[in-house]
Design a protein around this ligand. Structure first.
Ligand SMILES: Nc1ncnc2c1ncn2[C@@H]1O[C@H](COP(=O)(O)OP(=O)(O)O)[C@@H](O)[C@H]1O
Ligand SMILES: N[C@@H](CC(=O)OP(=O)(O)O)C(=O)O
Length: 449
């Protein structure tokens, strides 16, 4: 039995949805289908989820939301019409959205989550009707009915273990099951969404729950590439990756697959395959538990921007018991999480995502460090990009760091920070944002050309 997730680009319009129908039709083992909300039809287009968020914010701020509502309804209306489905489906979708807007029992954050979810929910209803119209036995299954139970963290739901035994029961249901991605329900029945891109997470949860033989993730690229194609033309494709490698790469910026999405699949050792809806016969990229012996030691180079480095120095820091804990406690008190914390004898840097650090939090953190930890220096460097060179072979290959640093030097890029991940699957470099493209191109040449 397979679980197949189709991303926003795969369901952006009626043409794409027809391709999805063909893919499902050609393999009767594709039992559970997870869908996203319609994504971009071209690079200048918008994602329905983004419009729903704008709609929710307009509603919250008591300003007109007609324009956003019309964009959403028009997109679904066009898809339904082109697929020649009954207009009653559009009425149902409109009612659901209006029902969320007028429901006074929701808190503001829960209303936003419920609105966001209407994108995937509506598309699942449409796809299920379309599959029936082409002669397949298909049923729409709401995540509540599927038993997807999550924590009460709006916009950042985490799956609860009890879900998996509920989901296993889906195996007994007849026909193809079309489940909207991106959201679940709390034990009290409240609708909560995962973080952005979270339909990948639903797919993995369902694959783990039904103990699928394969989790297929259909998107708009032929495979996972060795580097983000935005930075290098025609980068080499990756044929196989281990779970560990993919997790590091997606965490570090390979947005093709959500970094939280691998965890349920890993727990049940379900192989994952990334495939292209527009080229479904190509093999795609396989994500598996163990690496084959003859593969390259570096499999990919990921990158992400929007980081700050909080740098603290103090002589004999290494001998001061509890210094690291006190520093991290100050950051925790501001409700800020950190990404990395490389340290030396007399200094420590804490790498934080800029999206988590408001200027008020930043001032509080710096002030408290100055007052409570008596440091030599405290500075915050902004606009950093992180580059991660990833591969399980890194562990026992000599000279990788040398090759990487030579590539930075050839590109005339200053390395702000280096950190070898404790897992030894990744080597991380911090650079200034404007040096990122140059650094990536040079690293790509060094490791893959
Ligand atoms: N290393 C990479 N390999 C492949 N795609 C990548 C990589 N890094 C970033 N991407 C981007 O990820 C996109 C696919 O992810 P996403 O937009 O979430 O798709 P979907 O709409 O199917 O969910 C690709 O179009 C590509 O631009
Ligand atoms: N539609 C949601 C969830 C999702 O997974 O979308 P996509 O498959 O287009 O990345 C979002 O935009 O966040």
């Amino acid at each position: 039995m397979k679980v197949a997730k189709f991303g926003g680009s795969s369901v952006a319009n009626a043409t794409q949805i027809r391709k999805v129908g063909d893919i499902i039709k050609t393999d009767s083992t594709r039992k559970c289908i997870i869908v996203s909300a319609p994504g971009k039809r071209n690079s200048d287009d918008y994602k329905i989820t983004d419009i729903l968020i704008r709609l929710g914010n307009a509603f919250k701020n008591n300003v007109s939301y007609e324009e956003e509502l019309n964009i959403v309804i028009d997109r679904f209306s066009e898809i339904i019409e082109e697929l020649e489905l009954p207009p009653s489906i559009l009425m149902d979708i409109e009612e659901s959205i209006q029902g969320v807007l007028t429901n006074n029992n929701y808190s503001t954050t829960m209303k936003l989550d419920a609105l966001k979810a209407t994108g995937e929910d509506s598309l699942a209803k449409i796809l299920s009707a379309y599959l029936s119209s082409i002669g397949l036995e298909s049923n729409y299954v709401n995540p509540k009915e599927a038993g997807i139970i999550v924590t009460n963290d709006p916009g950042n739901a985490q799956i609860l273990d009890e879900s998996f035994q509920n989901i296993y029961k889906l195996r007994e249901k007849d026909g193809i099951l079309v489940i909207p991605g991106f959201f679940g329900y709390t034990t009290n029945g409240g609708l909560i969404t995962f973080s952005r891109g979270g339909s990948d997470i639903t797919g993995s949860i369902v694959a783990a729950g039904v103990k699928a033989d394969l989790y297929e993730n259909f998107t708009d690229v032929n495979s996972v590439y060795t580097v983000n194609p935005k930075f290098v033309d025609n980068p080499k494709e990756i044929t196989t990756l281990t779970y560990k490698e993919m997790r590091e790469l997606s965490y570090a910026g390979f947005s093709v697959f959500h970094d939280e999405a691998l965890i349920p699949a890993i727990n049940e050792q379900i192989p994952v395959c990334i495939k292209n809806t527009n080229n479904p016969n190509l093999p795609g990229t396989h994500i598996i538990a163990e690496k084959k012996k003859d593969e390259k030691c570096v499999v990919g180079i990921a990158s992400d921007t929007g980081f700050s480095s909080l740098y603290v120095s103090k002589y004999l820091m290494n001998q001061e018991v509890g210094f690291g804990r006190k520093l991290l406690q100050i950051i925790e008190d501001e409700d800020v999480s950190f990404e990395h914390a490389p340290s030396g004898i007399d200094d420590l840097s804490v790498i934080i995502r800029e999206s988590k650090l408001t200027s008020e939090k930043e001032n509080n953190i710096v002030q408290r460090i100055k007052n409570e930890l008596n440091p030599g220096t405290v500075t915050i460097q902004k606009n950093l990009a992180m580059i991660m060179v990833v591969g399980e072979g890194l562990m026992n290959t000599v000279g990788i760091a040398e090759k990487a640093t030579a590539a930075f030097s050839q590109a005339d890029v200053n390395i702000v920070m280096i950190n070898q991940g404790s897992s030894e699957v990744s080597l991380m470099f911090g650079v200034e944002k404007e040096d990122l493209a140059r650094a990536l191109q040079s690293l790509y040449s060094a490791f893959f050309d």
